[in-house]
Design a protein around this ligand. Structure first.
Ligand SMILES: [Fe+2]
Ligand SMILES: [Fe+2]
Length: 260
């Protein structure tokens, strides 16, 4: 009976996510005001390489993730999960497409390979479903300070709007991944769940140090010290922390609380 009720709650949750992803439509041309100035030479120097890397990173085909989501769904009878995961992957691909259009508009070439992207994909593909989600959610934690820094570092209204729109999506992705991770951790006791959280903190600390060092010029231009960057990324972890420990985020901390 308990399992039956659990399955109904899961179905409802993932149907809500499918509904959300289905209706969350936006595109780059809507965000770029006519006559918006292109990046200054100084901005290009600071942002171009960084945006190229994130544009590449956002564009994964997600095939490994979708295969694992299908397997997990089959084993645990969570029927709406694969569809929601597919819609999530499409949303990440839209981030890549929109950033790509911005790069084209600025005549900045798109990257096809980068060692950091290659490393990230290799680690992800070695993992099972839960570990893969951990790697993915770490990217979501990092995305919050990253797109906030992009927003603050540029005067381009087009790029500022794109960054803000992506931030809104990433805030929802945090909640989505928190639901997925909570589902994976549901079979473990309290000790196991706190072990998962401790593991997230280790992975996030390493990823945050790597990303800050690779994009230091951007973060400095946006006025983000390492401590500010780190604290924003860890603040983003709250969505996962609360769902793993209490089942939900407190009402006083709504989704997108990181968006200023
Ligand atoms: Fe994204
Ligand atoms: Fe995301």
């Amino acid at each position: 009976m308990q399992r039956f009720i659990g399955n109904i709650l899961c179905m409802t949750k993932y149907s809500s996510w499918n509904h959300y992803f289905h209706h969350n439509n936006w595109s780059a041309p809507d965000l770029c005001p006519p006559g918006d100035a292109t990046l200054s030479a100084q901005e290009r120097e600071m942002i171009a390489m960084s945006l190229q890397q994130f544009q590449l990173g956002e564009g994964s085909d997600g095939l490994g993730l979708l295969r694992r989501a299908n397997e997990f769904s089959g084993r645990n009878d969570v029927r709406s999960l694969p569809e929601a995961m597919q819609r999530f992957v499409r949303e990440e691909q839209r981030h890549s497409a929109v950033l790509g259009l911005f790069l084209d508009r600025e005549s900045i070439p798109r990257l096809h390979h980068h060692w950091a992207d290659h490393l990230f994909r290799r680690i992800r593909n070695l993992a099972g479903f839960e570990l893969m989600l951990t790697v993915l959610v770490t990217a979501e934690f990092i995305a919050i300070p990253y797109y906030s820094a992009i927003h603050d570092a540029t005067k381009s209204e087009c790029l500022r709007r794109i960054a803000k729109r992506i931030l809104n999506d990433e805030a929802q992705h945090l909640e989505f991944q928190a639901d997925n991770l909570a589902l994976c951790a549901a079979r473990r006791g309290d000790l196991g769940r706190f072990g998962t959280i401790a593991f997230h903190w280790v992975v996030l600390s390493l990823a945050a140090a790597l990303v800050y060092s690779m994009h230091t010029r951007l973060f400095k231009a946006a006025g983000f010290s390492p401590l500010r960057f780190w604290s924003m990324a860890f603040d983003a972890h709250k969505a996962v922390f609360h769902k793993l420990t209490q089942g939900s985020r407190p009402e006083s901390e709504p989704v997108g609380a990181y968006l200023r």
